[in-house]
Each structure stands twice: as C-alpha cells, then as structure tokens.
Design a protein around this ligand. Structure first.
Ligand SMILES: *[C@@H]1O[C@H](CO)[C@@H](O)[C@H](O)[C@H]1NC(C)=O
Length: 343
C-alpha cells in the first residue's frame, strides 16, 4: 500500500470510529429483530420465498443508500463474534423469476439475490453474517437493469449507470460501518461478487485501500476485468483471492479476451495472470489441482504464499444455478474457511 493509501485508510478509520458508538448488545440469542435495531437497521419480516432481512440505510453523497444484513438464526452479540460475508450482486431487475409479482411489491436486488445465491438460506447462514450492499436502480426504477457504476464498465445493454454515483465510496462506507453495527470477527471478513459484482470486486481490490485492508479473503464468481484496468490497477494489500469461472461462459470467456457492451475484457486466465504479477509471483510456476470438488478445479498461481487461485467450473456457463442453485458459493465458502482457518 502506498503513502496515499495509508493516509486514506487512517482518515477513513478515524471517520468510521467517530461515526457510531458500538451498539448495546443486550438482545436475547436469536432475537433478530432486536439485533437489527441494535445494528441501526429496519427489520422486514418477509414471507417465503424471501427471507426476513435487516435493512440499513446510510447517507453517501447526500443520497440514501442501503445494505441488507442476514443474521444467523441464533445470532447472539453477547456470546460470539461472527464471520462477515459481504457480497456484491450482479445485474438485477425486479421482474427476474417473477419475484415482484409473486411477492406483491417491487423486490430489490439485495432482497431476492441472497436467496438465489443461497447466502440467506444455505449451510453458511448460521455461521456467517451475510451483508449485501445495494446498487442504485437507474432513475429509482428497480425494474430496469440495476448494477454498479464501475469505472471500466457502466452500461449494461440499454441502461447506463448515473456517472455521478460513487459506488466505490459507498462500499467502503459499508465496510467501515460494520464493526459498530455487528458483533463481528474482524479476522474473518470475506468479500465476493457475482458477474457485474465480480467486476466490481476487482475494481475495489485494485483501487480501495480500505476494502483490501478489511478483507480477509475474496472470491470473484463469474466476474471479469476490463482491459483498461490492467495498467491502472494500483498496488493494493495482497488479499487472498480465488477466481471461479465457468469454462463454457459465453458472456465473459475463460480463455479468450472479449467485448461486452463495447468494453474490452481480459480473459479469466489473463485476469488471474494480472493478479499473479501484482502479487509478485510472476516467475513462480502454477501448482495445478490444489483444490477441487468434482465440478470446480483450482490451480494455485502463487503457491508459496497461497494467495491466488484460478478455478475452472467444468461444463458451466455464465450461471449461478448449475448444477444446483447457488452452487459456486459453496466453492467460495470452502476458500474462505481455509484462508481463515475455520472448520
Ligand atoms: C465446455 O468447454 C469445454 C472446454 O473448452 C469443452 O470441451 C466442452 O465441450 C464445452 N461444453 C459445452 C456443453 O459446450
């Protein structure tokens, strides 16, 4: 991290510490509504198929921004510190899977995607707190394509993100505010992103000393890196990173560069190679097959430091529901557990 990064980080830490006093943690175990209030959030007791959620609203650039928190069902801030898993959603619109019609209201990305990702329903839900920052829907209309204002990719099909939106600063603010709102284990803070969220994850690791300082391990799931970033990606803290991508992805290709919405993207392989260089492992041979589960096979690109893995999902395209709903999150979780030394 350069001097600029250190100064930014210190300023941010001071601002974060001043922002809120720690919450009073006198809620009974499993009283999530109480824990949500202690976190400064509003509790929404949604019916299935959605999960109940705690929504926190913060101000950034004089705009109201939200992030959703999913607490383990037996959450007890008095007794335990929890791993926190921050996830950046991909492109979303409110008619996906007919979810808004089924619920009878306009469902936001961070209400629906956690269930499809299985972070609010899967085997990790009672171990880690899941945190979902919400991108701003274009013109406030969640039925339009909703995604991040990423410096290297900000238009999706016919919709462009408002160029004045500072999503990097917003996500930094979420990271800074979490410790005061949750009983969290600061040595177990995980970051993942899917598709457009995976793109944003690379942008954050390239440009945010705050996010890379707080992140214990990161996983890009079917995201990508714009070619323009290859040379502007700044030296960041070396966050252990696993990149998981489908070998049959025809949107962002594993082995070939491609163009999406007029933006040139590196292949997944070259994205991993860029990080290998950043992490100072360029001369190290790759170690094949360091992890696998029958669908995904991972190579270590920086084996001595164990920091960087490139994983190929066999027979899988630009999807998160093959072979099962939310499958690749289980491969992300295995990485997080191994980096953080969890069972
Ligand atoms: C997926 O990609 C692999 C490797 O490129 C190829 O061998 C296989 O035929 C592809 N499968 C499909 C269904 O396209």
């Amino acid at each position: 991290m350069g001097l600029r990064g250190i100064v930014l980080l210190l300023l941010a830490l001071l601002a974060g510490a001043a922002a809120r006093a720690p919450p009073r943690a006198d809620c009974a175990a499993g009283n999530l509504e109480c824990a949500c209030a202690a976190a400064g959030g509003a509790w929404h007791a949604y019916k299935p198929p959605l999960e109940p959620v705690c929504t926190v609203t913060i101000l950034h650039q004089d705009r109201e921004r939200t992030f959703n928190i999913f607490l383990p069902r037996a959450y007890d801030a008095r007794a335990q510190k929890y791993p926190v898993w921050v996830h950046l959603h991909g492109v979303y619109w409110a008619s996906m899977d007919d979810i808004s019609a089924r619920m009878g209201f306009t469902v936001q990305a961070t209400e629906a995607t956690p269930m499809w990702d299985t972070l609010s329903t899967g085997p990790y839900r009672d171990t880690a707190v899941a945190v979902y920052p919400q991108a701003l829907p274009p013109g406030g209309d969640a039925f339009k394509r909703t995604f991040w204002n990423n410096p290297f990719w900000h238009c999706s099909v016919d919709v462009c993100a408002d160029p004045s939106i500072d999503d990097i600063g917003f996500i930094e603010k979420v990271f800074l505010e979490l410790p005061a709102r949750l009983s969290m284990d600061r040595k177990k803070v995980f970051l993942s992103g899917t598709s457009a969220g995976g793109m944003m994850l690379h942008t954050l690791l390239c440009s945010s000393p705050i996010v890379s300082h707080f992140t214990t391990a990161a996983v890009d799931l079917i995201g990508g890196l714009g070619e323009s970033m290859r040379h502007t990606c700044r030296d960041s803290h070396h966050v252990p990173l696993r990149i998981i991508h489908g070998e049959n992805d025809t949107v962002l290709h594993f082995d070939e560069a491609c163009e999406v919405d007029g933006v040139r993207f590196l292949s997944t392989r070259d994205t991993a190679a860029m990080w290998k260089e950043r992490y100072g492992c360029a001369s190290e041979p790759d170690a094949p097959d360091v992890w696998g589960d029958g669908i995904t096979t991972c190579d270590a690109l920086c084996a001595k430091k164990g920091l960087l893995e490139l994983c190929r999902m066999r027979g899988i395209g630009h999807q998160l529901d093959v072979p099962t709903l939310g499958y690749p999150f289980t491969a992300a979780w295995e990485f997080f557990k191994s980096v953080a030394g969890m069972k």
